[in-house]
Structure formats: C-alpha cells, structure tokens
Ligand binder design. Structure first.
Ligand code: PLP
Length: 445
C-alpha cells in the first residue's frame, strides 16, 4: 500500500476507497460511508452522478483540449454564462482555473492589474489585507494573505507577509466582547488597518464569507459583510470574497454573500463549481475591472495551460444545468434547516460540544473540555482525531480541523453533505454523528 504514492501524512491510516454512489463511498472491504462533508465540501452532487458523467464523456469524445491562448470554445462560454447567471450584481466575467488556490492567486493579480490599468504603472496600490484564522490555499501567494499559522509557519521565509486583521469568531471573540454590544469591532479593524497602511497602497481585502477549514464554519454577524463593502468603497479598495468553499449553492444561496446582499468586486470559487467531477476553479469579476483592462493594455497578464479547458468546462456546465433543473440550491437551504436543527439538538445533549454554527449545508461544531469556560481539550488528547475516528467507525466521514493546531481554540468539525441529500439521509447522518460523538465523549471526557 502506498509504495509509490507519496502520502500527505505518514501518520494517517487512509481508508481505501473503491467506488462511490450518491452520498456514499464504499471501501475495498465493502463498508459503506456516508460522505458527511462531501470530501472537503466539494462533491455537491454526490458521487457517480450519471448526468455529469455523460456530459463529460460527450466532451471527451469531441475535444479534450484546445490551448486558451489561441482557442475559445462554446463549452467554456456555456460554462461561464451558467456561472455568471448565478452571481450577484454585475459579476459577469468568469475566468476559469484548475482549483481554489489558483482562483485566489488570480483574484489577487487581477486586483493589482486593475489599479495599474486605471491609474498607471506608478500606482502604489498593491497590498492585500487578509485575516487571521483564514485559509486561502496552499501556494506561496495564497499563504501570504491567509492567516492559519500552523499551515504557514514553516514557509514564512518564502513569502511576503500581508497585513492581517482578526477574523469574526463570536464564540471566542478576539476583542473579548459580546455581539451586538461589540459594535462589530472586527469590521472596524479593517478601517483601522487601512488607515495604518494608507489606502493608496492597498489594492484589496480578502475574506471567506464563512470561515471554513481553519475554524469549522464560523458565520459572521449579519452586519459584517455590508460593513466590509462600505469600508472598501469608501477607501477605493477591492473586496474579494473567497467563496472556494461557500460558493455554488453550498450555503443555501448561489453565493454566500447573497445572504447579506453584498456584491464583492471579485468572487474566487472552486470546489462545488465542478462538484469534484473535474479539477476546476475560477473567478467572477465585476464589469469595471474588465473594462479597465479592455480599455487599457488589452490583456490580463496571467494564465495557466488549463484555463477554461473543455473537459472542466463540460463538467461545470453540466453541474450548473443539473443544479438549476433539480433545484439543488433550494434543497440545500431546506435540508440545511433540518440538519442545523438536528445538530443543535445533539450539541445541547452533549457534554463536549461547545457551539454549533452554520448556514445552508455548511455546518460546524466545536468540542471543548468545559462548556462553561470553553476550555479546549489538551492537545495530547487529539480530540479532533478521536471524534473523527469514532464517526468513521459509525460509517460517517466528517471534516476535522484542530483549533489547537491552527491556533483558534477548540477542536472544530465541519458537516457539509452533498447538496442533493434527502430528508431520510439527513436523519441517517444525524444518527451516525450522535453515536460517534457519544463514543468519543466516553473516550475523552
Ligand atoms: N480558499 C478556501 C476558502 C478553501 O477552503 C480552499 C480549500 O480548501 C482553498 C482556497 C484552496 O483551494 P484548493 O485546495 O482547490 O487549491
């Protein structure tokens, strides 16, 4: 096993995947696992969806690749139109890449180029402000704007650090305040940082609408994103929403920013975009950004070989067609209500679940040693692993992130099943989770 394939972790006992079917993945021994986190909130339509497979196969038989420097294809146009149709405001311009990190890198470069096109080569606007407790990808550029120290520490000498403000995290407020008396100091922190650096040097601010992999689906107060929008407008700074995880219907709206009627300047998205059927990501940009390039140099100084490749485009077009025809986003909102209510009930009955939070089908919970004081379990107990393993024994895959490793507090988990989940399957997921949590509780509490 893994004789040639270099694993991510030499300490993990990997499950041996054999095949998938709907919400389930089967291992080689024939054991069935409910994919309670869609991989990493990717497999939004579940596994082996016949419509998507047929569409990808059809494209494969027609044209597998045409280099984007020379060729435009109908399938890439169709995919871009389908994505743009779901995006808010005048976010009408799609640029496809191969994944989330590339999407964020693309957004950062577009933000810089926009100001050079608009204000000339002497434009000082180049800094991107990010947030602590965030994840934007694994590449050098995305790590520079993200704030998950565990993932960055070793690589710090390799990149140019960007300034950070605290993230929203009401359960463990950075300012030791309570909402709403806090007056959203976390949003005002952006304005403070802009004033410290000087808006003339800042091109953009980037944030995840709901913090995903570093903190287990942390939802901000409703006023937060409208306040970010207003601050960015006032200082002439582009607002980038990293919707790699939250986009494409995951939170029960097309994009998570739709919950607050905010139109960012750029959305970076991936995961659910092709729902795991092809490696895909992309940005969606507002018209004035693209107009500036069109009327300026005429070319976006960026590109990858697989930009808008026909195979990924076929998957994206089919995924968006399927979502529309089967009202998948509406289902996510409806099933999300049920899932959230069930998770909150499990949380209330558990001695170790400190908080349950989420939107649509992106839910998270945090386990702690003491619910009253919110004290986390000792690191050596590896609570994130204990809970995950207990759920796996029950035939349920969940997404752990140890807050003690990422530096955010307790051990966090995400529950994000495929958006096509049905009511009986929500019930099944909750039953398996409850059994897993109880088993873990007996082991560590
Ligand atoms: N941004 C966010 C919010 C993510 O959750 C992720 C991946 O988990 C990324 C960016 C990076 O995406 P990828 O792993 O496809 O490069």
């Amino acid at each position: 096993m893994h004789q040639y394939l270099f694993p991510r972790s030499f300490k993990t006992n990997y499950l041996e995947a054999d095949y998938g079917d709907g919400l389930y993945i089967y291992d080689k021994a024939g054991k069935k696992y409910l994919d309670g986190c869609s991989g990493a909130l990717i497999s939004n339509l579940g596994h082996r969806n016949k419509d998507i497979i047929a569409a990808v196969e059809k494209q494969f038989a027609k044209l597998e690749f045409a280099h984007p420097s020379r060729w435009r294809t109908d399938i890439a146009e169709e995919a871009a139109a389908a994505v743009a149709e779901t995006a808010p405001g005048d976010l009408d311009n799609v640029w496809f890449v191969s994944g989330g990190s590339e999407a964020v890198e693309t957004a950062l470069k577009l933000a810089r180029q926009y100001y050079v096109e608009r204000d000339g080569e002497g434009s000082g606007k180049h800094v991107t402000i990010g947030r602590w407790n965030s994840y934007h990808g694994s590449t050098i550029g995305t790590m520079a704007v993200a704030g998950s120290m565990a993932r960055r520490r070793m690589f710090l000498p390799l990149f140019k650090e960007s300034p950070k403000i605290p993230s929203t995290y009401c359960y463990r407020c950075h300012f030791c305040k309570r909402y709403p008396q806090c007056g959203l100091l976390c949003a005002h922190a952006l304005e403070e940082m802009i004033q410290i650096i000087g808006p003339q040097y800042i091109s953009s601010f980037i944030a995840e609408p709901i913090v995903g992999s570093t903190a287990g689906a942390v939802v901000p107060p409703d006023e937060y994103w409208p306040m970010l929008r207003e601050i960015c407008d006032r200082y002439d700074i582009l607002l980038i929403a990293d919707e790699v995880m939250t986009g494409c219907g995951r939170t029960g709206k097309n994009f998570c920013v739709d919950h607050w009627n905010v139109v960012p300047d750029i959305i970076a998205t991936a995961k659910g975009m092709a729902a795991g059927y092809m490696p895909t990501g992309g940005i969606i940009a507002r018209n004035h950004l693209i107009e500036a390039i069109k009327n300026g140099s005429g070319a976006f100084m960026h590109g990858h070989t697989y930009n808008g490749n026909p195979m990924s485009a076929a998957a994206v077009a089919a995924v968006f067609r399927y979502m529309k025809e089967h009202k998948v986003v509406e289902n996510a909102a409806k099933m999300g209500e049920l899932l959230g209510a069930g998770l909150k009930k499990i949380g209330e009955g558990s001695a170790i679940i400190g908080e349950v939070r989420g939107k649509g089908l992106m839910w998270g919970f945090e386990v702690v040693k003491d619910k009253a004081s919110k004290e986390p379990f000792e690191k050596k107990l590896a609570a994130a692993n204990v809970v995950t393993r207990a759920c796996i024994e029950e035939g349920l895959i969940i997404y752990p992130s140890s807050g003690q490793i990422t530096g955010t507090g307790g051990d966090n988990f995400m529950i994000g099943p495929p958006l096509v989940i049905t009511e009986p399957q929500v019930k099944e997921l909750l039953e398996k989770l409850k059994a897993g949590i109880e088993k873990a509780e007996n082991a560590i509490a």
